[in-house]
Structures are given as C-alpha cells and as structure tokens.
Design a protein around this ligand. Structure first.
Ligand SMILES: [Zn+2]
Ligand SMILES: [Zn+2]
Ligand SMILES: [Zn+2]
Ligand SMILES: [Zn+2]
Ligand SMILES: [Zn+2]
Length: 343
C-alpha cells in the first residue's frame, strides 16, 4: 500500500513536471509561432525560435505626391517622386508628365507684327494670326517705280519721260552747235550761227544765284556766235525757253520777281516742286568785227539731284507766232531746236 502511494506520488510529480515543461518550455518541440510579418519571420512566442522568412513588404508604387508604402504594414518605403513638369508653352501651362497636374499659366503667344507678305506670327511657336497686310504701293513717279511704303518692294518701272526716245539735238559742254533762227532786221529771214554751252557748274548759290535749302543751282555760260553773211545783213534774234525732259507740258512763268527769278514747276518723286530760272545780264554782247556775239549766264534752281530741266534754243519764228518767249517745250522741240539738259 505504501509503495503504491509512493509510486503514485512519483507519478504525479512526474506528470506535473511534464505539464510544466509542456506549458513553459518548448522541449517537446511544441513551439507556438506567431505569424510572420513583413520584416520578421514566424517566431515562437516562448523561445523565440523562428521559422521561414519575413513576408517582405507589399510595396505600393510611389506617385508624384505619395510615397511608396507597404500595403500590409504601412511602412513608408520611399519618398514621393515629385512632379515631372514639362515646360509651359504658348497655350499650355506646365504639366506633369506623370500625373497630368498643371502649374502656372500658359505663356501666351508673342506675335511679331504682320508684314506685307506674312501674317502675325508667334516668335515662340510659329502659329499665325490674321492675314498678311499686303503691299501698300505708291503710284510710280518719273524717278521711281511703284514702291511699297512698308517693305520697299518695287514693281515695274518709273514713269517714262515724255522725251524718252525722242531725237533731241543735245548740246554738249564746250561744243558749239549750229543754230538757225530769225534775222533781227528781217524776221522772215533765217540766219545760222552757233550755240555753245561754255561751261556748266552745280553750286549751292552765290551772290548772283541765291541759295535755297534743299536746292542746287545749275549754272551755264551760254555763247551765241553769228558771223555769216546772213547775220551780217540782218542781225539775229534768238529765242530761248526752259523745258522738262519728263513733262513737255511743263510751263515756265511769264514774269520774273524782283530778284530776276522766273518760276517753273517740276514733278520730282511724284510731287510738284517749285523751281526758278535766272537769266543774267550779257557778259558781252554785240558786234565784234564781223561777229555778232552774246555771252551770258543762265541758271536754274532745282531740287538737289533733279536732272530733267532743259534749256532750249529754238527758232524765233515760233515765239513770234505765239507772241511770247519761254514757250513750253512741247511747242518748240522741233528738229532745229538745241537742248541742254541740266544733269
Ligand atoms: Zn518555441
Ligand atoms: Zn510591410
Ligand atoms: Zn505629377
Ligand atoms: Zn505661340
Ligand atoms: Zn510691301
């Protein structure tokens, strides 16, 4: 009986010990694992023994403004990417290539002004607006073809001078040319001598020829010489006028002012411009032996650069018929007339 009790006691003690070992240790391999986490494998809550591997994070993709996080544990795994802005252009603000968010305002177009041949055009993007202006052509003049006031484009030719291609007896400086006009005593008789343009100067002015802003004087010394039998019998009556290479209808004034200036008008670059002519006193005039000789100065005051004024010697008969000197060129330019062009 006593032995039974003893053994019972031993058995109870052993059972208690086993129970304790079961409860408080893992010596029987009875581990109690808690679940693995992202970063920790399964581990025994009692002895710390691990099993397997950590799960690893379940990483979400980072976005412009959101970091990458673990969907399981919420750990932040990387910073937000930040926006990847494309530059703004004329019509669009900055825009993120990833998420499409915008920033700021479009730049707006920068239009260069339209020209004759091109509409307004954006210097940044090249877009156009409106229509080209088209050329703004002036009328042609005797000096210039039609020309665009904006871009300078020329079109066609200058207006043709009225005397272009007409056969003129042009006087050259220093070369006497035969000149036939009326006798003085008998105006119905022709007499022939010479006209010579002795010299030609272009000056701004002097005491005889008053200067004028924007104008220049063309001054020539003219010499008429008549020494033939015809002139010796009848004398000579010359006739002279002014004309214009561009317009044969240009009129010369019929009177002179107190300075001896006779007005006429030229058309220069499409504008009518007042000009003046002056005939000086003879430097010599009359008979020198058998030679009837007159020498004097003629001047014309024209806009600088004007090249159309003509000094014309013609047969006095025409002046007599018209009862005036200084006839328009169109009335006197026949095959007998002699012309000096101030240019
Ligand atoms: Zn354990
Ligand atoms: Zn995680
Ligand atoms: Zn973005
Ligand atoms: Zn633009
Ligand atoms: Zn133009």
């Amino acid at each position: 009986m006593k032995r039974i009790a003893l053994w019972t006691g031993v058995g109870l003690m052993a059972a208690a010990a086993v129970a304790a070992l079961l409860l408080f240790t893992c010596v029987f391999g009875n581990h109690t694992y808690r679940a693995a986490t992202c970063t920790e494998p399964e581990a025994c809550t009692r002895c710390g023994k691990t099993r397997g591997e950590p799960l690893g994070h379940d990483e979400s993709a980072a976005a412009c403004e959101a970091p990458a996080v673990c969907r399981r544990c919420g750990a932040v795994l990387s910073a937000p990417l930040g926006h990847d802005f494309l530059p703004a252009d004329c019509e669009h603000p900055q825009i993120c290539a990833r998420c499409g968010i915008t920033r700021g305002e479009p730049l707006g177009h920068v239009f260069a002004p339209a020209t004759c041949t091109a509409p307004e055009i954006c210097t940044r993007c090249g877009i156009t607006r409106g229509e080209p202006l088209g050329h703004d052509m002036t009328a042609p003049t005797f000096q210039t073809p039609a020309i665009c006031t904006r871009c300078g484009l020329k079109d066609g030719e200058a207006l043709p001078p009225a005397l272009l291609g007409k056969a003129l007896n042009e006087l050259a400086v220093g070369v006497p040319a035969p000149y036939t006009t009326a006798g003085y005593e008998d105006r119905d008789v022709d007499v022939t001598g010479t006209v010579e343009i002795v010299d030609h100067r272009v000056i701004s002015g002097d005491e005889t020829f008053p200067a004028r802003e924007g104008y220049e004087w063309h001054v020539v010394t003219v010499r008429l010489v008549f020494s033939g039998e015809d002139a010796q019998q009848n004398g000579m009556q010359s006739a002279m006028t002014y004309g214009d290479y561009y317009r044969t209808d240009a009129e010369v004034g019929t009177t002179v002012d107190e300075n001896g200036l006779r007005p006429f008008v030229v058309e220069y670059y499409g504008t009518r411009v007042q000009c003046w002519q002056k005939t000086c006193e003879d430097e010599e005039g009359g008979w020198f032996g058998h030679e009837l000789r007159y020498t004097w100065k003629e001047g014309v005051l024209v806009p600088c650069g004007y090249d159309g004024t003509l000094l014309i010697f013609y047969h006095y008969r025409l002046a007599k018929d018209a009862d005036r000197l200084f006839l328009p060129a169109g009335k006197v330019l026949d095959e007998n007339a002699l012309v000096f062009r101030f240019r």
